[in-house]
Design a protein around this ligand. Structure first.
Ligand SMILES: [Zn+2]
Length: 630
């Protein structure tokens, strides 16, 4: 008895000690302790019949439940079922005001042998049959046995697929004649995270997957060349440009080949196949192998032949500025219906002018960072992959074509300001499929999303933004960051509170509009009156130019920021008293007479997304008034 009390007491004592110890660790240590994610190891064997455009598949999935919850159900995505008349994708596309022309009314016209399908024929969990039913693009599974926290289960499944006529992203014979663009082609277990299951039906966009590994064997007519996710394990059996020069080939007998690709630490697997692919390889300085696969025609050879010099610069720049690319390979494959990112690969249409080919490649390459590594839930937070990708790919493009350009205010600003003026803006927090127009989705996810990040450079200073982007990569790659995870990293690097920024940007369509109301002389001093017209509060950078040719910058932080930026990109400046967001007006007193002032301007860098910049400056001399600088 005594002993028991002693043990209990010492546990109690240890808990206090542990609690005290925790207080001394940063919040980062705590969040790293509480973060968890599931894991999926796929092994698949595919037997592909190119005469029927069908395939039979076997899947063995080892699923690790790292959550603190007991799982009674599981869900798998059957994306190809979207390409059937009457599917949610079909009906949505025929009812939305501005349909994606790639989908529009094309699904409803598909015949039985043109539709796509993915059918699970049998499913066992640890050898026991599990009950399952199809519900559109989702397979609902009643587990044979619950999966306890910290335990794993093995699913063995047989399935059959039919490759749809190319409608959206994947399919057979795309506009450029690529035989098979194989994305979203296998039964893929839905992600279960801190929010629960994400069994999202496939309507338009986009994806969320479980981190894990793939070992995929595809048996197909040997005339096809395949490109895809991962490393080809049997290049000497395959050839097709994968073989090691000088090493003996071990080509098997017969008219079919079995391609074996493996990939570690990814959350999806894509492949594409065509009989006319030219395949070439490039090895970057750090050893990353880039594969290029495109139709072997003269005009394609010309532009695609120039791509490697740009791709090398893209990877160099991105690895130096946004975190090092960690995978052994990346495949740039002609296929799909525009450009779409996948793990270690992209499918892009290839018949493009060189500038467009480089542009789409830069965008998809940057998705390797912002989606394939920083794997946000695109259905919930589409701006986190498209916004980051637009923000960084615009920097990559400047680096390639216009290295001296000031990239702090990208073109996405004007696109957002047009959205805000259109009356069609919807909050960026909406789920991707649920926007009322494709326009509002696109402008929010790509443009306002990019602006979200760029404008943080204005709020926190450029140095903090760069630091934060790298720390975000270090803390959150190979995970599923949410909006707050990114913003909290920004808070940690800057010491500035940003909840208000996240909330206004994400959950509202409030706009920023500040104005200079007037400048008044008070003897040897002057009073500058500022006015907040829009409901979205922001810190203010005020630029003042004097008659003697000097100028100064005054930073007015918001009170709720609990701090101010370290320096406005290297300029000398002073920090004025903070501005409470409740107050529409603010008066700044400076120790110069009004006669000495030439011009007063809010944010001359225009990184603050003020929807009405016309009232952001005041010229105090006549010559300037008629000719305002821009
Ligand atoms: Zn994108």
């Amino acid at each position: 008895m005594r002993k028991c009390i002693f043990v209990a007491n010492s546990i109690y004592f240890m808990r206090i000690l542990f609690g005290i110890a925790l207080l001394f660790f940063s919040t980062q240590a705590i969040s790293q302790d509480t973060y968890w994610q599931q894991k999926a190891e796929y092994e698949m064997e595919i037997d592909f019949d190119d005469a029927k455009h069908r395939y039979d598949g076997l899947q063995e999935l080892t699923y690790f439940n790292n959550s603190p919850d007991t799982l009674f159900k599981a869900y798998f995505h059957l994306y190809y079922n979207a390409f059937q008349p009457g599917s949610m994708m079909d009906v949505r596309s025929r009812n939305i005001e501005d349909p994606d022309p790639r989908v529009a009314d094309r699904i409803v016209q598909l015949t039985e042998d043109e539709i796509g399908f993915l059918r699970v024929l049998s499913l066992k969990q640890n050898g026991q049959p599990a009950k399952f039913r199809e519900s559109g693009t989702i397979l609902e599974v009643d587990l044979a046995k619950p999966i306890l926290p910290g335990k794993k289960a093995k699913f063995n499944m047989s399935f059959q697929g039919q490759v749809p006529k190319q409608i959206r992203r994947s399919g057979r014979f795309n506009k450029e004649g690529i035989a098979y663009s194989m994305s979203q082609w296998y039964p893929k277990i839905s992600e279960y995270d801190h929010m629960g299951w994400h069994a999202d039906p496939y309507i338009a966009r986009e994806f969320h997957g479980v981190w894990g590994s793939f070992d995929v064997k595809i048996t197909i007519d040997s005339a096809y060349t395949i490109g895809g996710t991962g490393v080809l394990k049997n290049p000497q059996e395959i050839g097709h440009g994968y073989e090691e020069a000088g090493k003996k080939m071990k080509r098997p007998e017969g008219s079919r080949l079995t391609w074996n690709f493996t990939a570690e630490n990814v959350h999806d697997f894509v492949w594409a196949a065509d009989k006319d692919y030219a395949h070439s390889q490039q090895i970057l300085k750090d050893g990353t192998v880039i594969h290029y696969l495109h139709k072997n025609t003269e005009d394609l050879r010309k532009n695609w032949g120039k791509l490697p010099e740009y791709v090398e610069k893209m990877f160099d720049y991105a690895s130096a500025n946004f975190g090092k690319y960690p995978y052994p390979q990346y495949s740039i494959i002609q296929g799909g219906d525009g450009g779409m990112e996948y793990a270690m690969a992209t499918l892009i249409t290839g018949q493009r002018k060189l500038s467009s080919l480089v542009g789409v490649t830069a965008h998809e390459v940057m998705h390797s960072w912002y989606q394939m590594l920083l794997a946000t839930n695109e259905g919930m937070y589409p701006w986190m992959d498209e916004g980051f990708t637009s923000f960084t790919s615009s920097k990559v493009m400047s680096h390639l074509f216009n290295p001296d350009e000031d990239t702090r205010r990208g073109r996405y600003y004007d696109s957002y300001i047009a959205l805000a003026a259109s009356g069609r803006e919807e909050p960026m927090s909406k789920m991707a499929d649920h926007y009322n127009t494709n326009y509002a989705y696109g402008a929010a996810a790509y443009s306002k999303g990019a602006l979200f990040i760029a404008q943080l450079g204005y709020v926190l200073g450029h140095e903090n933004l760069d630091k934060g982007i790298n720390r975000y990569f270090d803390e959150w790659s190979f995970k599923h960051p949410s909006p707050n995870d990114f913003v909290h990293v920004m808070e940690k690097v800057s010491g500035i509170e940003l909840k208000w920024y996240l909330n206004y940007m994400l959950n509202t369509t409030e706009v920023i509009d500040y104005a200079i109301a007037g400048v008044e002389g008070k003897g040897s001093q002057s009073e500058i009156s500022l006015q907040r017209i829009g409901n979205f509060p922001m810190p203010i950078d005020l630029y003042i130019t004097y008659k003697d040719g000097t100028s100064e910058m005054i930073n007015i932080p918001l009170r709720m920021m609990r701090g101010s930026k370290p320096s406005p990109d290297g300029l000398n400046f002073t920090v004025a008293e903070d501005w409470p967001w409740t107050h529409p007006d603010y008066t700044l007193t400076i120790n110069k007479s009004v006669g000495e002032i030439v011009r007063v301007e809010i944010d001359s860098t225009r990184r603050m997304a003020d929807i009405n910049p016309a009232n952001n400056f005041l010229n105090l001399t006549e010559e300037l008034e008629s000719n305002p600088p821009n």
